[in-house]
Design a protein around this ligand. Structure first.
Ligand SMILES: Cc1ncc(COP(=O)(O)O)c(C=O)c1O
Length: 335
C-alpha cells in the first residue's frame, strides 16, 4: 500500500475543524468607508463554529480520563453543538445520546440520525415549569444516573467551550488582522465564543469594542419572551456570562435576522444562518457610529441550509411576519 506524504491530504475530518476563512465584505457596506470582515464558521466540516468546542471538550475529557473510549456522552442539545458532537463521536467511535424535544427541526433531526446518534426525545414539558428545557435537563440527569460511565460535557459551564474560541476562532481573527480591529461583533447563546474572544483580547492587551448580539426575548440581556429562530439567544442565564465580557449588548429580532440573512446572500452570496443575519442587522443599525476607516469584524456562526424552511422560506415569513422582511440597503438606510 502506498502512503502519501503530501501535505494536501488531511488525516481525517476532525483535522479540518478550525482555520476557517476571514473574508472582507465588499458590497453590503460599500461606500461607507468601513472595512468589514466576516469569519465564516460555516467552513467547519459540521457546518458551524460549534465543531470547535465539541472537539475540544471531547479531547480534553479523553485526556483527563473523565471520558473513556467506552463511555457514553449524554447531551441536551438539538442544534449546532449536537451536530458538532455527533461528528466528533462518530469519527472517534464514541457513543452519544442526544436528548431533544419536539421543537427540534426536521433538518437537524435527520442530520443527527445520519451520524448514527441515539436520539432520546422528551415528549412533554416539565410539569413544574411548563418548559421543555427543564424536562430535558431532568432526562439528562436520569440518564447520567442510570447509564454506567455516562458523562455530560455541558457546554454552558465547560471551560473548554470558551477555550476552543480563545485558541481558535478569536486568535485566527486577530492573527489575520494583525491585531488591528476596532469593533468585534459576536452573537451569544452559551456565551462561550464571547468569553473566548474576550480572553484572547486580554491576552494580547487589545481593547476593541466588543459587541454581543443577542436575540430579542433572550435572558442574557435581561429579557424574556418568545423567539422563533434557534442558534443565538438563551432561556436561562449561561454560566459563562459575566458583566465584564461585552462592552454592549445589541438585541435583534427574528425579522432582523431574516432581513440580514437575505441581504447577506443577495449582496455577498453568503448563505448563512439566522444569527449571522442578526449580526448583519446589528451592523446596519450601528454603522452610523463608526467613522470611515473603522475596522469591523464579526463571527458568522453557521451555514444557511439548516434555515431553508424558516429564514429563507417566504411562506414561513408570511405566517410569522405577515410578509418577507424587506431586503434593507444598510448603507443607504443609515447614511
Ligand atoms: C447559530 C449560532 N449562533 C450563535 C450561537 C452562540 O454561540 P455561543 O454558544 O458561543 O454563545 C450559537 C450557539 O449554539 C449558534 O448555534
Amino acid at each position: 500500500m502506498k502512503t502519501t506524504t503530501s501535505t494536501l491530504v488531511k488525516p481525517g475530518v476532525l483535522s479540518t475543524i478550525g482555520r476557517t476563512p476571514l473574508i472582507r465584505l465588499d458590497n453590503l457596506f460599500a461606500g461607507s468607508g468601513l472595512e468589514v470582515f466576516a469569519k465564516l464558521e460555516a467552513f467547519n466540516p459540521g457546518g458551524s463554529m460549534k465543531d470547535r468546542p465539541a472537539l475540544r471538550m471531547v479531547q480534553e475529557a479523553l485526556a483527563a480520563g473523565t471520558l473513556e473510549p467506552d463511555s457514553v456522552i449524554v447531551e441536551s442539545s438539538s442544534g449546532n453543538l449536537a451536530i458538532g458532537l455527533a461528528q466528533v463521536a462518530c469519527a472517534l467511535g464514541l457513543r452519544l445520546i442526544v436528548v431533544v424535544d419536539p421543537k427540534i427541526t426536521q433538518a437537524n433531526l435527520k442530520i443527527l440520525r445520519a451520524y448514527g446518534v441515539q436520539i432520546d426525545t422528551v415528549n412533554t414539558p416539565d410539569p413544574e415549569t411548563g418548559e421543555y428545557l427543564s424536562a430535558r435537563r431532568k432526562r439528562v440527569s436520569h440518564l447520567l444516573a442510570s447509564i454506567p460511565g455516562a458523562i455530560n460535557l455541558n457546554q454552558y459551564a465547560n471551560p473548554d467551550n470558551p477555550a476552543a474560541h480563545r485558541i481558535g476562532t478569536a486568535s485566527e481573527i486577530l492573527d489575520a488582522l494583525e491585531n488591528s480591529v476596532d469593533v468585534l461583533l459576536v452573537s451569544v447563546s452559551t456565551c462561550g465564543s464571547l468569553k473566548g474572544v474576550r480572553q484572547a483580547l486580554r491576552e494580547r492587551s487589545l481593547s476593541p469594542q466588543l459587541l454581543a448580539v443577542d436575540a430579542a426575548g433572550s435572558v442574557i440581556f435581561g429579557q424574556r419572551g418568545p423567539r422563533l429562530l434557534a442558534g443565538h439567544g438563551a432561556g436561562i442565564m449561561p454560566e459563562h456570562m459575566s458583566d465584564d465580557l461585552a462592552d454592549e449588548g445589541v438585541l435583534v429580532t427574528d425579522a432582523d435576522c431574516v432581513a440580514g440573512c437575505r441581504a447577506l446572500v443577495r449582496r455577498e452570496a453568503i448563505l448563512a444562518g439566522a444569527s449571522s443575519g442578526g449580526i448583519v442587522a446589528a451592523m446596519a443599525r450601528l454603522r452610523h457610529r463608526w467613522a470611515p476607516g473603522t475596522r469591523v469584524a464579526a463571527i458568522f456562526p453557521d451555514r444557511g441550509e439548516r434555515y431553508l424552511d424558516t429564514v429563507f422560506d417566504d411562506a414561513w415569513c408570511m405566517r410569522h411576519f405577515g410578509g418577507v422582511p424587506p431586503l434593507f440597503e444598510p448603507t443607504e438606510q443609515n447614511s
